[in-house]
Design a protein. Structure first.
Length: 164
């Protein structure tokens, strides 16, 4: 009797809930992208299709752990000064779908792949490369790597940051 109940009521209800969750969650991201523009998904979303680049990025690119700089200096900074750091040390800060806070968007806390290649929401669902930036130039780096910052923080910008 117990297995009959499970088979007739519980299992179909569970499967319906799972499939409803799959189909109801995906359109939400499509709706958000339609409303806000391309969404940031975080570097981990790149790993499955680009394992070599992802491995090099997390191994060699300092920006893959750039939020540590903010955490290290946090004590001596005001909240306004910390927010100024977010634009270069996180992914998409101040842009629709970008970093908001550690609590709300922990997957965007470091300067990841999308800082250079643009929001990857659309690209993560399709192999089409038209939604991301492929060819990078020195000018792309200069949003963060301006001469004042290079001199103040004594870092050497690398156009490919160790990933490619």
């Amino acid at each position: 009797m117990h297995s009959s109940y499970f088979g007739r009521f519980f299992l179909p209800t569970l499967l319906l809930a799972i499939f409803a969750g799959i189909y109801l969650c995906q359109p939400v991201s499509f709706a958000l992208e339609a409303e806000q523009g391309p969404l940031y998904v975080g570097s981990l979303a790149c790993k499955d299709c680009h394992p070599h680049e992802y491995g090099n990025f997390v191994s060699y690119a300092k920006k893959s752990h750039s939020f540590q700089s903010i955490e290290r200096l946090r004590k001596g900074l005001s909240s306004e000064e910390i927010e100024q750091c977010y634009s270069c040390h996180t992914t998409g800060y101040g842009k629709p779908g970008g970093f908001v806070s550690l609590e709300k968007t922990p997957h965007l806390k470091n300067a990841g792949c999308e800082v250079c290649h643009g929001p990857g929401g659309e690209h993560s669902r399709s192999p089409d490369t038209g939604s991301i930036k492929l060819k990078l130039h020195k000018e792309d780096c200069e949003e963060c790597h301006i001469s004042d910052r290079v001199n103040a923080f004594r870092f050497k910008p690398l156009i490919h940051g160790g990933a490619h």
